[in-house]
Design a binder for this molecule. Structure first.
Ligand code: SAM
Length: 438
């Protein structure tokens, strides 16, 4: 049987929570309700008006014709348990000479966020690639359509890039779309992954200081493949710093509250936040997630909340494998952006966190080696004094909110007044001649 013929065969597709079946008169009631309520998710070629005759013709004939000619295949998405009509999914722009098609879907507004679209998308893509002989299923989603992007990623589609101005918006302006695709090889890889009974994984991913371009290719791949992506935030209604970077690569980011700026050791608020986040991770694994990712600014092994989350998860679920993907740290970004050599020759580097005060800074400065200060937002004037006293203020460079809105990079001697929490100082080693430290 050729691919086009397979397209014509009657196949209800069943998997996950849904059944995908051909449209018929049984769907009239749901469609009438949808049209009456003005639920605007149906594709453009679906009936828009309440005309009984037209609706009956469309359900028995109209929707099936393109499928007979191998031009499109539309399915009703039905909840297997309740039999309710959840939405629609279809293959269109089918090109049998290239063996490619596009997929589109829409779920009823009241039934979104329950995984119907993801299950339906997995099924229809698998059918197209494994049963119908198609080679590539393409999916396009407006870059602002976070829900649809999540569905595509969860179903295992690969994001290829951005098609600029590809979609005409209702306001008469063109918007960008993300282009995703799935090939049969992706399904094979997914099946192989499933067969491997690797333990569930918690991965701490460093997403760099703030500039989305400073994220490793490995981090991007794992973010996109993850079942759940968590990002720490101060409050649920505030975008997190790691989140702003993650958003450039996946719409999957889910906020977990952390007392990120709390001081004074293991405060009640901090401990509660670690437990709450660990609880979310544990729940994700219990619900079947194989890989949960926690995105953190800079590197996950440098003063990161990930350390405490990982410890808590390990205690609660010893079978979970914990690993990290390195990220570029704020001091590396500041070195690059300010043209400062961090260390050369025999110099060593001391990274001093100053959240509890400037103790330890004087001794570090005395060595003549490179000193980097982190977390000095609350003691900035005292730090400047210490640098002055040690005669090392002139060479020092300051960077705040690197890669983020409100970024500042300047010589440390220009510092006056308070500085933000995201501030880094580099005090380079004392150097006199080329190679003098070799
Ligand atoms: C909790 S630590 C996180 C360190 C991070 N994991 C890293 O690898 O760079 C927070 C401190 O890192 C520094 N920092 C992190 N991101 C920064 C940024 N975008 N700009 C300036 N400093 C930053 C600041 O010194 C801040 O007080």
């Amino acid at each position: 049987m050729s691919g086009e013929e397979t397209f014509r065969t009657e196949t209800p597709l069943v998997g996950g929570r849904v059944e995908l079946r051909a449209y018929g008169l049984d769907d009239a009631e749901a469609l009438i309700e949808i049209i009456r309520a003005g639920e605007g998710f149906l594709p453009p070629n679906f009936p828009k008006e309440l005309d009984a005759e037209l609706l009956a013709w469309w359900l028995t004939e109209g929707v099936h014709q393109p499928r007979r000619y191998g031009l499109a295949a539309h399915f009703a998405v039905i909840d297997r348990e309740s039999g309710a009509f959840c939405g629609t999914i279809g293959l269109f722009r089918v090109d049998w000479s290239q063996l490619t098609c596009e997929v589109g879907y829409g779920m009823r507004p009241g039934l979104r966020g329950r995984g119907y679209a993801t299950d339906a998308l997995r099924l229809v893509a698998e059918w197209a690639l494994r049963e119908c002989g198609l080679h590539r299923v393409e999916l396009r989603a407006a870059t602002s359509n976070i829900a649809s992007i999540r569905v595509a990623e969860k179903a295992g589609f690969l994001r290829e890039g951005r098609a600029r101005g590809a979609e005409r918006g209702p306001g008469g302006t063109n918007h960008d779309q993300f282009v995703f695709s799935m090939l049969e090889a992706d399904l094979d890889r997914r099946d192989a992954d499933r067969r491997e009974v690797a333990p569930p994984e918690l991965v701490g991913i460093g997403v760099g200081p703030g500039d989305p371009e400073l994220v490793t290719a490995k981090a991007v791949r794992i973010l996109r493949e993850a079942d759940v992506v968590l990002v720490p935030v101060m409050a649920l209604d505030e975008e997190g710093r790691a989140e702003s970077v993650v958003q450039a690569y996946t719409g999957k980011a889910e906020r977990v509250v952390f007392a990120l700026n709390d001081r004074g050791g293991v405060t009640e608020k901090r401990a509660a936040a670690w437990d709450g986040a660990a609880e979310r991770v544990v729940r994700a694994f219990e619900e079947g997630a194989r890989r949960v990712v926690f995105a953190t600014i800079g590197d996950p092994n440098v003063y990161s909340t990930f350390t405490y989350l990982a410890q808590t998860v390990r205690e609660r679920m010893p079978a979970v494998a914990v690993r990290t993907v390195p990220g570029i740290t704020a001091m590396q970004d500041l070195a690059a952006r300010s043209g400062t050599v961090l260390v050369e020759g025999s110099e060593s580097l001391e990274l001093v966190p100053l959240a509890k005060g400037t103790d330890g800074l004087d001794a570090a400065l005395e060595t003549g080696n490179t000193v980097v200060a982190y977390k000095f937002g609350s003691v900035a004037p005292a730090v400047v004094e210490a640098l002055k006293d040690a005669g090392r203020l002139e060479d020092a460079v300051y960077g705040a909110r690197l890669g983020l809105e409100g970024e500042e990079i300047r010589p440390a001697h220009e510092l006056t007044g308070p500085v933000p929490y995201l501030s880094t100082l580099i005090i380079p080693g004392r150097r006199t001649s080329r190679g003098g430290k070799l």
